[in-house]
Design a protein around this ligand. Structure first.
Ligand SMILES: *[C@@H]1O[C@H](CO)[C@@H](O)[C@H](O)[C@H]1NC(C)=O
Ligand SMILES: *[C@@H]1O[C@H](CO)[C@@H](O)[C@H](O)[C@H]1NC(C)=O
Ligand SMILES: *[C@@H]1O[C@H](CO)[C@@H](O)[C@H](O)[C@H]1NC(C)=O
Ligand SMILES: *[C@@H]1O[C@H](CO)[C@@H](O)[C@H](O)[C@H]1NC(C)=O
Length: 387
């Protein structure tokens, strides 16, 4: 693989290896490029799932490569209490479970948040069994070539991907369907799903309030649609929490409160003592009719007035998701939400697209200094050494 272009670096290898001290800062976990905090957060929704099947290691690695500030995940549990990264309570839509004859008798119907749901539930499989499945792409119009290649990963494995990243990359885990999980999974120590979730974060050193020194070292946001879970975990950790808000027709999954109630001034005044932000569905912030945006609500203004950040979900490149005002241009959508609505973070299926938009419109001050240049050369040299 050696080419002429690489030859000049051989000299540098010699210089570096002969000197007593490296000329460049060695990449290390204590000296990584910090989290950017000067522009809205790029939150990689289930990894770079627009390209690679959701919630897999490959999707998260791709998102980190593409410039994610945070990698986002949904935490559910297996029958034996392992915390896993998976979105749906059933395995049917994004794995090959239907092709596993040995599991044919596991199909069940449970009442999940008032809806009778039939399928293969994560809570009826041990972690070992879940690891025999392979994940597939959710949408037929996305790249299918990775189907069948990747396993479901655990919360622990997800965290190690973030901690091993070449720069500081935050994590953004959701306590998914806590009512359902606590109904079906029992831990031997009598603890609840929420306790296990926080224990895992603590095990890896995640702690500290928003923008504290500890938090900036290992940034994390905890998200949930369930106010009961948020209030419970606020007693266990001071990590920042984000209250998720669904579509206007959906009641909360645990307290059965209406959308009108949980977005009222009185409720925002109550929840702001527990959370640093809200994560609303974007069509809830700016209603949509016939695929056209309507008059925006005042939700962002009312949240900002209470010093709450707003991180809407989910931004997707495809025509089928882009409202017609944006002329089929995802950059136009980002421009609207960042520069007109003024949100503080965006959950996106296409981290690379959002990153490019932000680099073009609000770039980092590029590190063209000597130290940064040597760092770049050093990483090229180390690539050459491996061949
Ligand atoms: C779910 O199915 C059971 C059994 O068929 C039925 O009794 C119950 O009313 C159903 N619940 C809902 C919410 O549809
Ligand atoms: C939730 O509240 C609605 C009314 O707001 C009520 O009709 C429904 O039965 C409640 N559901 C549960 C599970 O309490
Ligand atoms: C989107 O298009 C609709 C229909 O033309 C228009 O009424 C609305 O004001 C537009 N919204 C924005 C934010 O451009
Ligand atoms: C030079 O670049 C490095 C690596 O990106 C950065 O840590 C450092 O702060 C920069 N120094 C100056 C003086 O800008």
């Amino acid at each position: 693989m050696a080419s002429v272009g690489v030859l000049p670096f051989i000299f540098l290898v010699l210089v570096v290896e002969c000197s007593a001290r490296p000329l460049y800062p060695l990449p290390s976990k204590t000296n990584r490029q910090p989290l950017q905090t000067f522009r809205p957060f790029n939150i990689a929704h289930r990894g770079s799932n627009g390209e690679i099947p959701e919630e897999t290691a490959a999707a998260y690695l791709r998102a980190i490569e593409e410039g994610a500030d945070f990698i986002e995940t949904d935490i559910l549990a297996s029958k034996d209490g392992a915390l896993i990264c998976f979105h749906d309570v059933t395995l049917d839509d994004t794995t090959d479970v239907a092709e596993h004859k040995e599991f044919a008798d596991r199909k069940r119907t449970y009442d999940v948040q008032g809806v009778n749901t039939t399928g293969f539930f994560t809570v009826d499989f041990t972690l070992k069994e879940l690891k025999t499945l392979r994940v597939k792409q959710r949408y037929p119009f996305r790249d299918q070539q990775y189907n069948g290649k990747y396993q479901i990963i655990t919360f622990d494995e997800f965290i190690s991907i973030a901690l091993d990243a070449p720069r500081v990359v935050g994590i953004y885990p959701e306590i998914k369907n806590p009512v359902h999980i606590n109904q079906h999974v029992k831990w031997s120590d009598g603890k609840k799903f929420e306790d296990k979730f926080v224990e895992t974060l603590k095990k890896y050193g995640y702690k500290g309030s928003y923008m504290s020194k500890e938090w900036l070292k290992q940034p994390a946001f905890i998200q949930s649609f369930a106010p009961t879970s948020i209030i419970h975990i606020s007693k266990l950790t001071d990590l920042p929490k984000v209250f998720l808000i669904y579509d206007v027709t959906m009641p909360t999954e645990d307290t059965n409160q209406t959308y009108w109630e949980i977005t009222s001034d009185a409720y925002l005044d109550f929840i702001k003592d527990y959370v640093m932000g809200i994560g609303p569905w974007k069509d809830t912030v700016v209603p949509v009719e016939n695929n056209y945006l309507q008059t925006p609500t005042d939700l962002v203004a009312r949240a900002h007035a209470r010093n709450l950040q707003v991180h809407p979900y989910t931004y997707r490149n495809e025509n089928s998701f882009l409202h017609l005002n944006f002329s089929q241009d995802p950059f136009a959508e980002y421009d609207y939400w960042i520069n007109k609505v003024g949100v503080d973070g965006l959950f996106t299926d296409f981290t690379g697209t959002l990153h490019k938009f932000q680099e073009w419109t609000s770039p980092f001050s590029h590190d063209d200094n000597e130290s940064a240049l040597l760092h770049k050369i050093a990483s090229m040299v180390s690539k050459y050494r491996k061949h």
